[in-house]
Design a protein around this ligand. Structure first.
Ligand SMILES: NC(=O)c1ccc[n+]([C@@H]2O[C@H](COP(=O)([O-])OP(=O)(O)OC[C@H]3O[C@@H](n4cnc5c(N)ncnc54)[C@H](O)[C@@H]3O)[C@@H](O)[C@H]2O)c1
Length: 385
């Protein structure tokens, strides 16, 4: 049985990925330092549903499945000795690296948050690269990146590279990066470091430039309430569709930042699991830096608000849409055409967003409405502070 190490296993995506792969007969070890829970506490933010400890969730999943395929260690990627020991002991075939500070607004809250984000993300990943080189150079690293590294360029967005011609010569260059925030800048630096490590040390790495993820449940999280993953709807960690669904379910207007013409890529949380599994089955070769754009659909923020509003009306919720000043610095009108052909080529079957999906999620959120704290939804962090 192949072994997968999941870094960031306590997170929104890490935990469902762990259960999904364990179900698919991988042996899975999780690592987390609970830094997200610390940021939640510091900002008086809680996820929609109570999230059990890692120990409880890992124990419960193993018990329900009558298997001992999930294990967990507490530790920080910033401690290189810790990560070296984990690699030595577990000997992974694949390493899925989710363990970064993932919030753009958090990284823009001030100097210390920007520095924390860049140090945590860039140095943590660098420690991991040195560990892989020293201990398990044949392991395949799957590193979560973001579509936000590309920004909104006035040309089509390719997957990681762009063939350029200049003064009669040509080069396959890393695609120009124009990140949206200091968080996105940390991902851009990670990508440069990752590509360098594959060229220099012949490591095997797949950079997954992921779109914005939405959704609450996966087939494993619904086995038991206590197996839920952390669903955020607040202004720091909540992603846009998740925020809109909570706003609708709690009779708030759907808050659209700016004109709402900002266009981005999206995917269902179950498609994150599908993509990661496909990327494991189609690994980068030795010395290869493979970039895959991980998304299924493209929407403007306004289109999403209208979709959630329309679905809400089907179940009697009269959600209003309110346009507010955009706290972010981003283009309000722009060209946007990214490709995701590398995943489609290896078999991705997208689960597109539908009124039925939104209604199911609204009904679930409605049942949990007593947990909703409306104060944490209003955006407080401005890019131009
Ligand atoms: N959720 C999305 O919409 C989305 C979109 C694009 C990319 N991503 C990327 O996917 C990854 C996972 O996202 P998520 O939404 O699950 O985030 P998350 O914050 O829920 O999960 C990340 C986990 O990593 C842990 N962590 C952070 N730094 C660590 C360190 N130094 N050592 C050990 N553990 C550490 C955190 O405690 C947290 O549990 C992130 O890298 C994020 O940037 C997420």
């Amino acid at each position: 049985m192949k072994k997968v190490l999941i870094l960031g296993g306590d997170g929104y995506l890490g935990w469902p990925t762990a259960m999904h792969l364990a179900k698919k007969n991988f042996i899975v070890h999780l690592v987390d330092n609970f830094s997200k829970r610390t940021i939640e506490n510091e900002n008086s933010i809680t996820p929609l549903n109570k999230i059990e400890t890692m120990k409880t969730r890992v124990g419960l999943w193993n018990q329900i499945n009558n298997k001992k395929k999930l294990t967990f260690s507490f530790g920080d990627l910033l401690n290189h000795r810790f990560i070296y020991e984990e690699l030595k002991r577990f000997k992974p075939d694949h390493i899925i690296h989710y363990a970064e500070q993932p919030s753009a607004p958090y990284s823009m809250a001030g100097r210390s948050q920007a520095v924390f984000t860049q140090k945590n993300n860039i140095i943590g990943s660098l420690n991991l690269l040195f560990g892989i080189k020293k201990i398990c150079p044949n392991a395949h690293l799957l590193k979560l990146g973001t579509m936000g590294v590309y920004g909104t360029p006035n040309i089509e967005i390719e997957e990681g590279f762009l063939k350029i011609k200049h003064k009669g010569r040509s080069e396959n260059a890393q695609y120009p990066m124009k990140p949206h925030s200091y968080y996105h800048c940390s991902k851009a630096s990670d990508s440069v470091n990752l590509y360098f490590a594959t060229r220099t040390w012949k490591l095997r790495a797949t950079d997954l430039n992921q779109g914005v993820v939405y959704g609450i449940d996966t087939p494993q999280t619904v086995l038991e309430n206590k197996l839920s993953t952390s669903f955020h709807y607040d202004h720091i960690f909540g992603t846009v569709i998740n925020r809109f669904m909570v706003q609708a379910a709690s009779n708030m207007p759907l808050l659209v930042y700016g004109t709402g013409n900002q266009t981005r890529t999206f995917l269902n949380i179950n498609d994150t699991l599908q993509c990661v599994e496909l990327a494991i089955k189609n690994p980068a070769k030795k010395g290869e830096y493979k970039v895959r754009n991980q998304f299924t659909e493209v929407f403007s923020v306004k289109e999403l608000a209208l979709l959630v509003q329309k679905a809400s009306r089907e179940i009697g919720i009269k959600a209003k849409i309110r346009y507010i000043n955009n706290p972010r610095t981003e283009m309000s009108q722009h060209y946007y055409k990214p490709t995701n052909k590398s995943f489609l080529k290896i078999g991705l079957k997208p689960k597109k967003i539908s009124p039925k999906f939104i209604i199911n999620n609204l009904e679930k959120i409605y049942k949990l409405r007593k947990n909703i704290d409306k104060k944490i939804i209003i955006p407080k962090i401005k890019w131009n502070n």
